[in-house]
Design a protein around this ligand. Structure first.
Ligand code: HT7
Ligand code: ZN
Length: 879
């Protein structure tokens, strides 16, 4: 497989202003009749054209109505080439495809009894010959013929313009989408589906029909998604001035889907796990995920569909911007600090690891072998953080003006990340030329900061040095523009700030908060009139995707944790204190000393538990220890992660905290367990989360406390409490208790696939006994199949990335197991195979497992017939 490069981008020689497709769906195959109006691009003089096409059987081909014969065109396994073309031509092809055999879930495939499509990024070429690139935008009309009884519902993009009966108990429906779109936004669905329907009146007074199609049995689980959709539509009008543009918006849920959802124009297709929600089958986190993914896909209608990407190197143009939009939507709907905590945790744990690993790439990659491998945390989450920094630097009003200009300038176009930044720069007058480096430079920047207080001069200086480690292909880095949100904490709270160079007594709305613009390798910021030696509160709200190093004392961290004015900074200080304490436990363990948890941390947590004013959700976040993967990521910079040591330290800390604060934990647990009708709303979610965090600490104390989990499991009326209790029983209960609770849960819920998947996942992450043995047994369970991505993620994915001690066991069997699954999926579902591989690519971070992990990658590298997806990940991670 060959890499392709951004620097080699060329516009297409021909455009396809109009596309007519006629599908004949049958049980063994489908026929696709395509009529394409091809028009030479103004400025091009080409007379030949290479169309993309894979896994297609070409049955007929005609140009301008004349059938072509052998020699007048050329076909290979990836393309169809035409020569001697006039300026405009009409190409007709008929291809036969086999959706029933399509296990890769790209293009047209079958999910259970229904046909559906997934065309992003390059799936359309598996449906028909086409210019399958996002800068070729076409107006589509689609005719679908299928058996009436099996497939009464036939859907595609746009408006339904005709329907009729056909011979042989078949029927036909025609859809026309007036908006030109790239092929990756094409969608088709055929099935026996039920639907819920609602309407939305847009800001200009148009009524839009909203429909969610699901299997009949799931009709009762669509309410939350429908409400989420309506909230998202209103929010986009209010915050961005963006109105929906068709009279109908459809969502379809499918069981077999490689990712979460897809924003096809007016026909979003969702993984059932991201759309269906009910208290019995969905946790609080699941409800929040449905809301944010429904919003994300809806927001793409403008940021992605009306204005799309010129090429796939620009993927973050739509994904970074849309993730930023959905994050702000969620923050507005719920608790802003908590959303920032979740997003920062994801970035720090997984994106920083990606940015420091062998697959590191800029937000706008320079090259790729397989684009499916670049739907990454860097493109999505770091890309969103980059857009957030523009928002911070410009402020909300100027950012909105930039967004308006972007949509006005580029509506109906396929554009680049630079076009987005240009619009922000042109509308605000803020020079963003240096800022653009965020798009081209990979790696996580580091800010080394020190503070210097001069009591006589009453000044406090912050000295900031920025650096960024080398990444593959980028040995040298340039300074970036980094907005550093901060404050100064004094004895009685946050101090008023006066920055040297600022007009004296500047009357800012919040005079205890500043955003410093760091833009050079070394810089100092001087605060004047500082009455006492302060503790700096740095990177408030996670204002940039960077690491900060500051030599805080434990007392400083405690002060920030208990008293800073910024919720995110309080949480962050607590996490740093925990990281230090857990690091000390690891050192004690390595040195064979008795383990002793930092009493300062225990005191601080006690203070949190006693603070009845603190919001439960915030208390829960502050009480939770950093995860094992977060600790491993941090340790990868200090000689490598000791998986066993991290696990042991965490378990010891949990026990020590529970031992010292048992009464407080039990009190808070009781206080939070209010009996009320379940609703996935902020206040209730906060109480449940806090109760379950307390329970997970208490369970380390022994049988009597584990019994609390058994009682909770019995009494729970919702999956959040049930699953939390089951997890605790299974992890801390005796073997017989574990097995009977797990079996009973399965017996109760075996009819609900999505609940069973969560049951599988919970077990794949248990650390008691032989985890790998358990995972192998789960794969033999009738509820498991390798053909369903949700099941594979629940068992194999959860084991490899959510069960570090099991996966990294000393004999290397975890690595061999993962490699074996990747080998099986390599051809069956290359996208899944490549994604599953990611934990193995981190081999340099684990001194103990390094050789065995690398050897497993080498074994895979030597296999014949590697898919480009797997080849790219394996070869880059070994380089
Ligand atoms: N834009 C969508 C991406 C997507 C995808 C990409 C590759 C393979 C399968 C896929 N399914 C969906 C999802 C989104 O970001 O909204
Ligand atoms: Zn997206």
């Amino acid at each position: 497989p060959k890499a392709i490069y951004l620097k080699n981008y060329q516009p297409p020689e021909y455009l396809i202003p109009e596309t007519r497709l006629h599908f004949e769906l049958h049980e063994e195959f489908a026929l696709v009749h395509a009529t394409l109006r091809l028009a030479r691009r103004p400025g091009s003089s080409a007379t030949s054209l290479r169309l993309h096409g894979e896994d297609l059987e070409l049955l007929a081909i005609a140009l301008n109505g004349r059938a072509l014969v052998d020699g007048e065109y050329a076909v290979d396994d990836a393309s169809l080439t035409l020569t001697g073309l006039a300026e405009t031509v009409e190409l007709q092809t008929t291809t036969r495809i086999r959706p029933q055999d399509n296990t890769a879930l790209e293009g047209l495939y079958k999910s259970r009894a229904m046909f559906c499509t997934q065309c992003e990024a390059e799936g359309f070429r598996k449906i028909t010959y086409f210019l399958d690139r996002p800068d070729v935008m076409s107006v589509f009309s689609v005719t679908i013929d299928a058996d009436l009884e099996r497939y009464p519902v036939l859907l595609s993009n746009g408006n339904r313009t005709a329907q009729s009966g056909l011979a042989d108990a078949r029927h036909r429906v025609v859809w026309e989408d007036p908006f030109p779109k790239p092929a990756y936004l094409f969608a088709l669905v055929a099935g026996d589906l039920a639907r819920v329907e609602d309407t939305f009146t847009t800001m200009s007074g148009r009524s839009v029909v909203l429909r969610i199609y699901v299997e009949e049995k799931d009709l009762g689980k669509c309410d939350h998604a429908m409400q989420s959709l309506k909230h998202a539509m209103r929010w986009d009008e209010e915050v961005y001035g963006r109105e929906y543009d068709l009279d109908i918006f459809n969502i379809v849920a499918v069981d077999d889907f490689n990712m979460g959802a897809m924003e096809n124009k007016s026909l979003n297709i969702f993984n059932t796990s991201c759309i269906l929600a009910s208290p019995e089958t969905t946790t609080d986190v699941g409800f929040e995920r449905v809301e944010s993914i429904v919003a994300h896909e809806y927001f793409h209608n403008w940021s992605g569909n009306r204005v799309t990407c010129r090429d796939w190197f620009q993927l973050s143009l739509k994904e970074g911007f849309t993730v930023f939009r959905d994050a702000e939507f969620s923050a507005d709907r719920g608790a802003r600090d908590l959303k920032r905590i979740e997003d920062a945790t994801l970035l720090r744990t997984a994106q920083f690891a990606e940015d420091g690993g062998p697959m590191a790439h800029p937000v706008r990659p320079d090259s790729f072998i397989e684009i499916s491998n670049f739907y990454t945390l860097t493109v999505y989450e770091k890309g969103a953080a980059v857009v957030r920094m523009i928002h911070t630097l410009l402020g909300p009003e100027r950012f909105r003006a930039g967004s308006d200009l972007y949509f006005e300038r580029h509506d109906g176009q396929a554009v680049t990340c630079d076009d987005f930044v240009d619009a922000m720069q042109d509308s605000s007058g803020v020079d963003l030329s240096q800022f653009r480096r965020w798009y081209s430079q990979a790696g996580t920047p580091e800010l080394a900061i020190s503070g210097e207080y001069d009591a006589d001069a009453r000044t406090f200086a912050l000295h900031v040095t920025q650096s960024c480690p080398a990444t593959p292909g980028q040995p040298d880095k340039l300074p970036l523009v980094i907005p550093l949100a901060m404050g100064l904490l004094g004895d009685a709270g946050n101090l008023r700030l006066q920055l040297q160079g600022e007009p004296a007594g500047s009357e800012l709305a919040d005079n205890t908060h500043r955003v410093l613009e760091v833009n050079a390798a070394e810089q100092s910021f001087l605060f004047t009139d500082v009455p006492e030696k302060p503790v700096p509160s740095l990177l408030r709200g996670f204002s940039a995707p960077v690491r900060v190093r500051y030599d805080f004392s434990r007392e400083d961290l405690c002060a920030l944790m208990m008293r800073d004015g910024d919720g995110f900074a309080r949480w962050d200080a607590g996490q740093q204190l925990m990281v230090q304490a857990l690091g000390n436990l690891q050192t004690q363990r390595r040195d064979g000393e008795a383990l002793a948890l930092d009493p300062l941390l225990v005191d601080a947590l006690g203070g949190l538990l006693r603070d009845e004013q603190l919001e439960p959700a915030v208390a829960a976040a502050m009480l939770a220890l950093p995860g094992e993967n977060t600790l491993a990521e941090l340790a990868s910079h200090a000689g490598g992660a000791d998986v066993e040591g991290i696990h042991a330290a965490r378990e010891h800390a949990r026990g020590a905290i529970a031992g010292a604060l048992g009464d407080e934990l039990a009190g808070v647990y009781r206080r939070c367990r209010v009996s009320e009708e379940y609703a996935p709303v902020g206040e209730q979610i906060g109480r449940r989360t806090l109760a379950n965090v307390c329970l997970s600490y208490l369970a380390t104390l022994g049988e009597a406390q584990v019994a609390l989990a058994a009682t909770q499991l019995e009494a729970a009326d919702n999956l959040t409490d049930r699953l939390a209790a089951l997890q605790i029983l299974a992890q801390y209960g005796e073997a017989s208790q574990r097995e009977s609770a797990l079996q009973r849960f399965y017996d109760d819920w075996s009819h609900e696939t999505l609940v069973v998947n969560q049951w599988l996942q919970l077990q794949a992450m248990l650390t008691v006994g032989d985890s790998l043995e358990r995972v192998r047994a789960l794969m033999e369970h009738p509820a498991f199949t390798l053909d369903n991505p949700n099941k594979v993620r629940a068992v194999v994915g959860a084991f490899a990335s959510g069960n570090p001690t099991g996966f990294h066991r000393a004999d290397g069997a975890g690595y061999g197991f993962l490699g074996g699954i990747v080998e099986i999926l390599n051809r069956r579902n290359p996208q899944m195979a490549a994604r599953l591989l990611v934990p193995l690519t981190k081999w340099r971070n684990y001194p103990a497992g390094r050789d065995a992990m690398r050897e497993e990658l080498q074994r895979l590298a030597a296999l014949p017939d590697l898919s480009p997806d797997v080849y790219e990940v394996v070869s880059k991670s070994l380089a």
